[in-house]
Design a protein around this ligand. Structure first.
Ligand SMILES: Cc1ncc(COP(=O)(O)O)c(C=O)c1O
Length: 403
């Protein structure tokens, strides 16, 4: 067995998972806020586009992907961020963003070179580390904390490359940003993104930005910015040294389709285009046709924002009414709150006994300890029912830390 797989393989919270499986076995409903996989239907026009594109003879898709899809991605980038990108040089379709993140280092990191670590903020999405480790590089997680929070952690769930010692920056091949952020829901402004790009460029670090939640934000709030907006003139951006990963999974309710895109530096895009035929991860063309339809439409994404906002209102109001400390939670469909006594696993286990499933923050890295993540997956009625149960559990004195 590959030693990297042996080290990374096991799920960190096995006993929590066992308890969840045990409770689910009786067939009664669990209010599951633990997995970021929404249950809202994929819009009909997207499903129709897929079905209409299933051919009699289905042949291998190319690594470059359909031009119509690349144009649709570029069109969305233009409408959403006001940035002009070239569908041929700057855009590469991917089978979701996870595989693109995982495979990125295989193309752009020399495992025997002096720069072969990935910097990422923890708590965070573990695939930044995993992709790099499997590619022969090393992981350099940076502890993040709440605004003005934990000693030794970067504040406001914001990764700041400038605050790292020079020798760590010099060893870094890729730095991953992820705003809106999983698991905390924290957001950033363009000024922050510019400052990180400046440091990355000065050091020769590839700055990668995972923006799979770019379109999931409160409907009346400010749309979160993209790293693409930090790259100079919007009509003619300088994309050198940066890559952004986008995804249709959450924006369009297409987690099962596996479709996303890398957008950025033409040289880095060309390298990934050269790498990817070796792997064989291109999406089937009927999926690419569905993806083209999805990127070309913004109305369904706006409708989904309303749905998440309705659920968010129910749960957020409840958390606040209980005096629970909510942090980040500005965008994405995640809410992030502090365990009242500071023990996220104990609180999650106590909630689970009342059939409410939340993720202990330590599942996303050691600095997540003390926090819990709720993914707004149950429907509005489910959210109401869940908070009612939660309220009863508190009243019964079953949850640690509530007076
Ligand atoms: C931060 C982050 N990045 C990437 C992904 C992968 O998304 P997908 O591969 O479905 O595009 C997820 C999925 O939950 C995520 O939370």
């Amino acid at each position: 067995m590959n030693p990297v797989l042996r080290e990374l393989g096991g799920y960190p919270l096995a006993s929590f998972q066992d308890l969840k499986a045990e409770l689910a076995a009786d067939g009664q409903p669990l209010f599951d806020f633990s997995i970021g996989d929404p249950i809202e239907p994929t819009p009909t026009f997207i499903r129709d586009a897929l079905v209409a594109a299933v051919p009699e003879v289905s042949q291998y898709p190319t690594a470059s992907g359909l031009r119509s899809l690349r144009e649709a991605v570029a069109g969305w980038v233009g409408r959403r961020f006001g940035v002009t990108v070239d569908p041929d040089r700057h855009v590469l379709p991917t089978a979701g963003s996870k595989e693109a993140i995982f495979h990125l280092p295989l193309g752009i990191v020399d495992p025997r070179g002096s720069r072969r670590t990935v910097v990422w903020g923890e708590p965070g999405y573990l695939v930044y580390e995993r992709g790099m480790r499997f590619a022969g590089g090393g992981s350099d997680p940076v502890p993040l904390g709440a605004p003005g929070g934990a000693p030794g952690a970067q504040s406001g769930w914001r990764l700041d490359l400038a605050a790292l010692p020079p020798e760590r920056r010099q060893a870094t091949a890729i730095a991953w940003l992820n705003y809106p952020h999983n698991p905390t829901g924290a957001t950033v402004d363009v000024g922050y993104l510019r400052s990180q790009l400046e440091v990355a460029r000065a050091e020769g670090i590839v700055l990668a930005s995972d923006e799979c939640y770019a379109d999931i934000y409160p409907p009346h709030g400010t749309p979160p910015p993209s790293l693409l907006q930090a790259a100079g003139t919007p009509g003619d951006p300088d994309l050198s040294g940066l890559l952004v990963a986008f995804s249709l999974s959450k924006r369009s309710g297409m987690t099962g389709y596996r479709s996303g895109a890398l957008v950025g530096d033409p040289e880095l895009i060309a390298i990934q285009r050269t790498l990817r035929p070796n792997i064989g991860t291109a999406s089937p063309e009927f999926v690419q046709h569905a993806a083209t339809a999805a990127w070309a439409d913004d109305a369904h994404a706006a409708e989904r924002r309303e749905v998440f906002a309705a659920k968010r209102a129910v749960v957020l109001e409840f958390l606040r009414a209980q005096g629970l400390e909510v942090s980040g939670s500005e965008a994405t469909f995640y809410l992030w709150f502090a365990a009242p006594e500071g023990d996220d696993t104990a609180y999650a286990e106590a909630l689970l006994r009342h059939r409410i499933v939340a993720s202990p923050g330590r599942a996303f890295g050691p600095s997540g300890a003390g926090w819990l993540r709720l993914a707004l997956v149950p429907d509005v009625a489910g959210c109401h029912a869940a908070v009612e149960r939660w309220q009863q559990a508190i009243a019964a004195g079953d949850l640690p830390g509530h007076r």
